[in-house]
Design a binder for this molecule. Sequence first.
Ligand code: VG1
Ligand code: CO
Length: 547
Amino acid sequence: MNIRTVATTPFADQKPGTSGLRKKVAVFRTPHYLENFVQAVFDTIFDNAPAPAGSTLVLGGDGRYLNREAIQVILRMAAANGFGRVLVGQGGILSTPAASCVIRKYATFGGLILSASHNPGGPAGDFGIKYNTANGGPAPEKITDAIFARSKALTSYRIVEPADIDLDRPGQQMLGGMVVEIIDPVADYAELMESLFDFAVIRALVAGGFRLCFDAMHAVTGPYAREILERRLGAPAGSVINGVPLEDFGGGHPDPNLTYADQLVAIMYGKDAPDFGAASDGDGDRNMILGRGFFVTPSDSLAVIAANARLAPGYARGIAGIARSMPTSAAADRVAQKLGVPCFETPTGWKFFGNLMDAGRVTLCGEESFGTGSNHVREKDGLWAVLFWLNILAKRGQSVEQILEDHWAVFGRNVYSRHDHEALPTEVANGIMDQVRGAFPTLPGKAFGNYTVKVCDDFSYTDPIDGSVSTGQGLRIIFADGSRIVFRLSGTGTEGATLRVYLEAFEGDPARQRGDAQLLLAELIAIADEISGLKARSGRERPTVIT
Ligand code: VG1
Ligand code: CO
């Protein structure tokens, strides 16, 4: 098979964000755009040489528009770059956590995951690509920086002739000298889940009339949830809704939050609601947990899982430690303290957890953005969190709400909310960040009503394992009582800029713990606006999404 070397003009904008390279489909359609980035990845990981003989790559995506086309192109490039074998999820499907599982299980060189996660899909939507290393986790910044540098410099890429591989036919096909193996995207992952959780006790719970509803949002988790929740755990057919992956997610926004998962929210807050509701995102790494008429904040979910970890067989011997992203609430810190294990605070993005997990320093990790996971893979994992909750519910025999009330009674409640201001003009968002940064010298010691500023900084992180430093990770304003406001620009948006405002206040008084987060945080919300000038600068009265 002939290897062609195709000339390309490098692109200036292929900088991976919080979670890989994410752009509009139209941008990915620019001639040579995808190829340029993929070659930059291969050049970076193999130091501009062909892949070592026998290298295996894992390849799959969330099924969004362009997924199949991109897989065909990447297969041809993998063959031209010397890979010996590529494992591809059947139909081009692999959820992000399943890809991580497969990368690790078969000791492969790494993988390429095609997804723009929770961003909308379709011809007018987004596409994305992410490189994960041999440990199954997203490439660390050192590597993504090198990929970016290479993408701006390379002048050609290698590819073999078109040879349409049948992505739906299980088993092996040859592409030149390279083996393409179409694998079951669910089997390895489902087996891993069975090894971690007490399926028998969950099955008994479900058989006893406990009702659940899982919203796959027409994204990648449909086949996984049907196999695990309906087939293996016996939930009645129809417990999984929107279970067929669609290229445009049915026109929806596959982001499991209170705004975009509105169908599930209506069911869980409606008459005759099931006992448990959950949703996942485009690529299956996020989770939202709901009880009957009750929402579990992701930060609390991490804390509850940590406090109850021993109830699941895979964690029966306890956890080594917890890591959470900086904007995530400190609820998990309180649990770690009680358990006597360390708690690490990292920048936003799962790639910062990898070293800590590889070094055995932490077992559980979480982000406020509906991301929870553990060292079973190196990605956050939506269905894993759902199964953990079901395992806890089955063992404790309580409702979701009771579990949270018990938790707050023991640990207190970190009242928490995130306000997203999406698609702001870039200069407006930068102006708001500049105003906050500019106020920093005047803030320490300043009183705003009940709150007095203690310190403020631009969060930076030194990785305790490899010493690498990441700066500019979010503007923090910390008050004397530990309450916080954080301002941060999103690294995953593709339209203008998205500003996130994170708000946290500790509530130790059981009488007030049950209150609505927006009400309990009202004063901090006003302070955030006063410091940043957000409303005046954006001309917007309220956030796009409140979590
Ligand atoms: C967002 C979340 C972050 C998460 C990232 C990727 O990033 O805030 O916590 O790790 O998405 O999640 P940002 O930069 O937009 O705030 V996913 O589900 O896209 O892999
Ligand atoms: Co995702």
